[in-house]
Design a protein around this ligand. Sequence first.
Ligand SMILES: C[S@@+](CC[C@H](N)C(=O)[O-])C[C@H]1O[C@@H](n2cnc3c(N)ncnc32)[C@H](O)[C@@H]1O
Length: 169
Amino acid sequence: MGWVTGVEPNARLRTLAASRAQDHGVPNVSFVDGLAGGLPFEDSSVDLVWCERVLQHLNDPHAAIDDIARVLRPGGRAVLLDADQGTRIISDLDPDVASAFIRASLVAVANPYAARHIPAQVRRAGLTLDVGSAAFIFSSDMLLRSQVVQRAADDAVESGGLARDVAAA
Ligand SMILES: C[S@@+](CC[C@H](N)C(=O)[O-])C[C@H]1O[C@@H](n2cnc3c(N)ncnc32)[C@H](O)[C@@H]1O
């Protein structure tokens, strides 16, 4: 059986992750403090890196991907999954309102176009690339339940991109 190490800088999320692993009876995982770009692993020591929805939060995603390349053993693999806020699709929404959401999302994270930059960053880091992409479409129902989208609506109102009554509707 392999060993999985989760790297998480937020102490509260580390504790939550450890407790979920325990609840699910997962014995081969630990969670450590650390940052993307400074992974607490030796060079060429890791078989697989899974980095999901982290690059969008980083000021220096290049450094993070270079560091992933550093820790991967020869023949190892990295799965880099991220969002591209500029191409977000929200179902059943007036296109102008959707555009206001998207504009608000662009300032909400450090690296809003994270996904589209991954191929060039991966090549620059000397890794071999295998690209895939998928569209995740929010339904109206998910839209109403999503705190993230509600926050984006509030941001769009605050930045003047969306009238409050339109956001509420
Ligand atoms: C949107 S969550 C994604 C969590 C998880 N990977 C998932 O897909 O469910 C973003 C995560 O990135 C972490 N994060 C933010 N800045 C980071 C950094 N500089 N280095 C490493 N992780 C970071 C956050 O603490 C959070 O756990």
